[in-house]
Design a protein around this ligand. Structure first.
Ligand code: PA5
Length: 459
């Protein structure tokens, strides 16, 4: 498994002193590495943060594999009900390992389709129900808290659509003993897969939250965990030279805080990594966008993550990136070896704009475009860096996801914020409960009415 981090285009000689890291800044920042790793390790050793231990959970792996084997061949659709961290990991896995949405190979009972309902837009839910058959659909209801309105509302709709089959064809992934999804699962005798207490939604892709859908899709979840385990060992290295997650966090921290790059563009040159870019967007935004430090000091800090797709967004966003405000840092994600390189026929047409491409490969063009975007950004003084995955398979993806989670956790140490809570998201959930009349949340209804009165007065 090989994942490389190239930071050269973050350095001052490439993008200038104002936007890039000087040699002395680089040296002194890298010296902070060991303290950052040790501080985070304490949280893990105390059991407060669980994602680094997920690759080693042999019992869970076995339980998931056994279940997937048992139901293999019975369903052509897996309908995943979940939102945020309970959905994006499965999307990232499906998109990376079975081909970009919606262009995947034909589905069958041997290769069921993954239908993710991560929104309550009736247009999405209605369209999904029209394209699935209740006889051959397995429903996965995934929510850590077990109370999230969107997931439970979709479950009620889908359960009704399934009719009597719902009791035999529904699985819950949730926190045992907590929340009403768990209560319903017990009542209906649905299989339950546990989400560990110390693993938050956006850090849960390597728990049953991501592994169960992956196994049901026929992916090799053991290899996924193997890659993640190897990366975990690397991420515990205290020397930033040997630890890409640590080096990336340290250098991104400098570029963000000292060079004022408040927007972070995750820029995969790979349609298969597009789902991962959306997964990362949530990870970075919810973990690092915080009002207060861990000591309670008000900082209102955050770096806005943006997902851009190479080459496509060269013809959409790159004009802004090169000539607009210099407030962004770019992280390219490249895949070195493609399973199919897209050979362009050798025949020449006698037309210049075609003939220089004859006999080349689409993969070569994709790579040339990435290199030229990196070079153009650097020439314009825009800091950028690159993660390169040797290939995109279970092992590399497991490692890459785990590495990005470590990078996020290290960044939180540098900023002294809690990466593992999300008070802003929870406040939104409580407002929704209040507005929809859930008992116990009447004060949120009142707060909302107060807000409406303020709006009336404002005009
Ligand atoms: O990362 C998080 O904690 C959140 O984004 C959650 O994943 C999201 O709000 C869904 O929560 P739950 O899984 O409890 O339904």
């Amino acid at each position: 498994m090989k994942i490389r981090f190239d930071e050269t285009n973050l350095l001052a000689p490439m993008v200038g002193e104002a936007h890039g890291i000087s040699a002395s800044e680089y040296r002194s920042q890298l010296r902070r590495g060991p303290d950052v790793v040790r501080a985070f390790r304490k949280l893990v050793d105390r059991g407060e943060v669980g994602f680094p231990t997920l690759p080693y959970q042999k019992g869970v792996l076995k339980q998931i594999q056994t279940f997937a084997r048992k139901v293999r061949g019975s369903f052509d659709s897996i309908c995943l009900l979940g939102i945020g961290g309970s959905a994006l990991g499965a999307w990232a896995l499906d998109c990376a390992l079975r081909g970009p949405h919606p262009l995947q190979k034909p589905f069958s009972k041997a290769h069921p389709r993954l239908v993710i309902l991560d929104n309550v837009d009736p247009a999405l839910v209605g369209a999904a129900l029209e394209t699935m058959d209740p006889k051959s659909t397995l429903v996965l209801a995934i929510t850590k808290q077990g109370t999230t309105a969107e997931t439970l509302a979709s479950l009620l709709v889908v359960r009704d659509w399934m009719g009597r089959r719902a009791s035999r064809q529904t699985v819950a992934v949730t926190t045992p003993g907590r929340g009403d999804l768990y209560a319903l699962a017990v009542r209906e005798k649905w299989p339950v897969f546990a989400i560990p207490e110390n693993v938050g939604g956006r850090f849960s892709v390597l728990s049953a939250v991501g592994l169960l859908p992956a196994a049901l899709m026929g992916l090799d979840v053991a290899r996924l965990l193997r890659g993640a385990a190897r990366m975990t060992e690397i991420c515990w290295e205290t020397d930033a030279g040997d630890n890409p997650a640590l080096r990336a966090a340290l250098l991104h921290h400098l570029v963000w805080v000292e060079k004022k790059k408040t927007i972070h563009v995750a820029f995969p040159y790979s349609n298969r990594l597009w789902g991962t870019a959306f997964w990362f967007r949530q990870l970075w935004a919810e973990s690092l966008g915080k009002e207060k430090t861990r000591k309670g000091e008000i900082v209102q800090i955050g770096q806005t993550p943006v997902a851009a797709l190479g080459v496509t967004d060269q013809h959409s966003q790159v004009q802004l990136y090169i000539e607009g405000p210099n407030d962004k840092v770019f992280t390219f994600w490249a895949v070195e070896k493609q399973p199919w390189e897209g050979r362009i026929p050798k025949a020449r047409l006698g037309l210049d704009a075609f003939d220089y491409l004859a006999g080349r490969k689409l993969a070569e063009l994709l790579e040339a475009e990435r290199l030229s975007t990196a070079a153009t950004l650097a020439e314009a003084g825009r800091p950028n860096c690159t993660f390169t995955l040797e290939r995109l398979d279970e092992e590399h993806l497991g490692a890459f996801l785990q590495m990005l989670e470590f990078e996020t956790a290290f960044m939180a140490e540098l900023l002294d914020v809690n990466a593992f809570d999300q008070p802003g998201v929870e406040a939104g959930k409580r407002f929704t409960y209040g507005l929809m009349g859930r008992p116990g949340f009447e004060d949120y209804r009142e707060r909302f009415e107060h807000y409406l009165r303020r709006r009336q007065k404002a005009v």
